[in-house]
Design a protein around this ligand. Structure first.
Ligand code: PNS
Length: 165
């Protein structure tokens, strides 16, 4: 596929997707013609996911159906190879606190070594979501905390089913 700088990949584990992720995806969809949300099948560094890739993709598809230029797809290879397969030259990621920086910097350097032609750009988290993470959501839900205003309704329901046994 011909590479395009107007097409961006928003990669992540999305286990599960939060309103913070959706904010970044919506902002990327305003900045680029096409956005592909890449849901990694097996995130090596994060271990086993709570939800399978298919369900994680389904949550995002449902929450982005009002955005016509957003597509959701799982991937199991290198991010830069996935980007190439899909003809995207840009990777968009959200950045929250300084704590994100070290990890993102390393990933950026690895990706750049593998594919200098693919550029990564970072959107600063909106203030209302700067504290929000999938692991924080899972911890809250495990102990019965209310996550309903932090994730889409289907995600909140599934977290309750899966975690509050
Ligand atoms: O939001 P996350 O969970 O931090 O996203 C992680 C993701 C999907 C960006 C990362 O795990 C990834 O890119 N995985 C695919 C393998 C890869 O290309 N790794 C980076 C270069 S070695």
């Amino acid at each position: 596929m011909n590479p395009s700088s107007r097409k961006a990949i928003c990669p992540g584990s999305y286990d599960p997707v939060t309103h913070g992720h959706l904010d970044v995806i919506a902002r990327a969809a305003r900045a680029y013609d096409e956005v592909i949300v890449g849901v990694v099948n097996l995130p090596i560094r994060k271990g086993k996911t709570l939800f399978g890739a298919e369900e994680r993709c389904g949550f995002i598809e449902q929450a982005t159906k009002h955005l016509p230029n957003v597509e959701v797809a799982p991937f199991s290879n290198l991010l830069v190879d996935f980007a190439r397969e899909r003809g995207a030259m840009v990777v968009v990621k959200g950045l929250r606190a300084i704590s994100d920086f070290e990890y993102e910097f390393e990933m950026n350097q690895l990706n750049r070594k593998l594919a200098p032609d693919i550029e990564s750009v970072y959107l600063m988290a909106s203030p209302q979501y700067s504290f929000l993470s999938s692991s924080g959501i899972k911890e809250m839900a495990t102990f019965g905390g209310d996550v309903s205003d932090l994730v889409p309704p289907t995600v909140a329901k599934r977290l309750q089913e899966v975690l509050q046994r």
